[in-house]
Design a protein around this ligand. Structure first.
Ligand code: ITT
Length: 199
């Protein structure tokens, strides 16, 4: 059995990955299995740089293959903000949503996309990165209770529901994270031996 550590402190991301990896021949470990893990500073200037930082730090500390994602919401009318600062944009999910809706008050162009870059690291180096996106629009008020982050105000193209009104399974069929994951899985299946380290 191959092992991989999901290098995230975000339990919602972890739950999405647990579902995505369900049925694969890979055992998912989390940072909860490594008490005392010192989270690295995310000081990169792109999603890719931050994903690399997180995956590499976990791979080195846990001494097993690891992956991490850096993700966020890019709003067209805000020149791509909050982007890589999506998590730091405000203190809580509801404050992040309120702040974004205020910035977009009266703004006609509500186009946005979620981006996710997954980095996989093994044997002390980043092996590869994979990018996924999902395009949509920012609603004028939050809708739905599922998901996390900006999900209640993001409506993916082709749906009349917000991400937070979709089930995790439905979100996992179309999300930025799922799209990046599908690319990563294809790569891992071809290169399965990178996960064959002793645990
Ligand atoms: P880790 O770095 O520990 O993985 P994090 O939450 O800090 O956890 P990021 O630095 O990648 O993760 O920040 C991503 C932020 O972007 C996240 O906190 C949400 O606010 C937002 N975000 C990312 N993916 C999202 C999704 O699927 N739905 C809603 N919001 C999302």
């Amino acid at each position: 059995m191959a092992y991989i550590v999901a290098a995230t402190g975000n339990q919602h991301k972890l739950a999405e990955y647990a579902q995505l990896l369900d049925g694969q021949n890979i055992e998912l470990k989390s940072l909860n299995d490594y008490p005392g893990y010192p989270e690295p500073e995310e000081n990169g200037s792109s999603f890719e740089e931050n994903a690399r930082i997180k995956a590499l730090a976990a791979c080195k500390y846990c001494d097993v293959p690891a992956f991490a994602d850096d993700s966020g919401l890019e709003v067209e009318a805000l020149d791509g903000r909050p982007g890589i600062h999506s998590s730091r944009y405000a203190a809580t999910d509801s404050e992040r949503i309120a702040k974004l809706l205020k910035e977009l008050d009266g703004v006609e162009n509500r186009r946005a996309r979620f981006v996710c870059v997954i980095a996989i690291a093994a044997n002390g180096e980043v092996i590869e990165t994979f990018e996924g996106e999902v395009k949509g629009t920012i609603l004028t008020a939050p809708r739905g209770e599922n998901g996390f982050g900006y999900d209640p105000i993001f409506q993916p193209d082709g749906f009349d529901k917000s991400f937070a009104e979709l089930t995790q399974d439905e979100k996992n069929r179309i999300s930025h994270r799922a799209n990046a994951y599908a690319k990563a899985l294809e790569f891992v299946e071809d290169e399965m031996s990178i996960l064959d380290d002793e645990f």
